[in-house]
Design a protein around this ligand. Structure first.
Ligand SMILES: NC(=O)c1ccc[n+]([C@@H]2O[C@H](COP(=O)([O-])OP(=O)(O)OC[C@H]3O[C@@H](n4cnc5c(N)ncnc54)[C@H](O)[C@@H]3O)[C@@H](O)[C@H]2O)c1
Length: 304
């Protein structure tokens, strides 16, 4: 199916907005990137460039990075950012009220044909859609952080009135940017894979905060068992502990199950400014993260 999508606007130039923009750019789409904070937009310029160059070096495209980067423009005026766009991906802070406010604004100023997707990690589009009149043209389009090389899969979930045409166009666009669409058949919190990842995070955090196990041992076990480069705590550091907290709170507010409450110890870390990779310290010291060293998963008497 032809997507008819040529221009994409990403709203929110944070960690995910940058990654989604770069992936779309190298796949030939024209990109408009908007953020409410001028500083975020400024630092996104260098980050998008770095992502695009990494894709080029990795051989994902043969196009010259300078040519690719000509397709992106950076905007602090939302109207201009969406004026001629076919698809909007909202990637702002994980707060329902904020997302509804932004969806409502976008609904009023974007062209009538434009599809609006949310990259929310946990909020179903059905909770946001009341803010818009184009309920047939909204969807959850959820990218994963390790999008760059290792996990090019994207959750795709309908709202209560998402049309088959919108859904098909979103799936075609996901595939056009070289990703696999994981289809949610029936609405649920956490979509296809974040639901599983949420369960892992919840149990890992409870084990650490409850004093049952050291977070490093949990990561060690995870790395040895799965062969992945990081365990749950290393991954949470990369995601950002403030972002993790907001996501876990969304699950809790939905379920009201005390087991879903993010631990106070995590909140205390955030209050101390320990946000993970982005602040230089979280569970790990990011100047030289211990879990990346070969010794981390070597038996103490190993000779190799
Ligand atoms: N971090 C992850 O690993 C990850 C993975 C998948 C999905 N997500 C989801 O993606 C979204 C963004 O996460 P992130 O990690 O990129 O966050 P981030 O904090 O890095 O970036 C959020 C950006 O949104 C901007 N913003 C806030 N309010 C805005 C508004 N009203 N209009 C425009 N811009 C606004 C902020 O200035 C910031 O630059 C969240 O919904 C999150 O749940 C995050």
């Amino acid at each position: 199916m032809e997507t008819n999508i040529k221009t994409v606007t990403v709203v929110g130039a944070g960690m995910m907005g940058v990654k989604i923009s770069a992936r779309s750019l190298i796949s030939g789409f024209t990109l408009r990137l908007f953020d409410i904070l001028p500083g975020a937009l400024e630092s996104a310029k260098n980050k998008v460039r770095a992502e695009v160059e990494a894709y080029c070096q990795g051989g994902l495209t043969k196009e010259d990075p300078e040519i690719i980067l000509q397709r992106i423009s950076f905007h602090s005026d939302l109207k201009k950012a969406v004026a001629d766009t076919d698809l909007i991906i909202e990637a702002i802070t994980e707060k329902l009220d904020l997302k509804k406010e932004v969806f409502s604004q976008l609904d009023q100023i974007a062209p009538a044909h434009t599809i609006i997707g949310t990259n929310s990690s946990s909020i179903p589009i059905s909770k946001i859609e009341e803010a818009v009149s184009r309920k047939d043209k909204v969807a959850n389009i959820h990218f994963y952080l390790a999008l760059v090389i290792t996990s090019p899969f994207v959750d795709l979930m309908r709202g209560t009135q998402t049309s088959n045409e919108t859904f098909a166009k979103c799936k075609t666009w996901i595939e056009a940017i070289g990703c696999i669409a994981l289809i949610v058949k029936k609405e649920c919190m956490g979509f296809v894979f974040n639901r599983i990842w949420h369960a892992v995070k919840r149990e890992a955090l409870a084990s650490w905060a409850g004093g049952h196990a050291d977070y490093k041992d949990i990561d060690r076990a995870w790395k040895l068992w799965s062969g992945m480069p990081a365990g749950p705590f290393g991954m949470m550091d990369v995601v950002g502990l403030d972002v993790v907290y907001d996501i876990e709170m969304t699950y809790y507010l939905n379920s009201k199950d005390p087991k879903d409450t993010p631990p106070d110890a995590l909140k205390a870390m955030i209050e101390r400014g320990e946000l993970g990779l982005k602040s230089g310290k979280g569970f790990y010291d990011w100047s030289d993260p211990e879990f990346l060293k070969p010794e981390f998963t070597k038996p103490p008497n190993s000779h190799s």
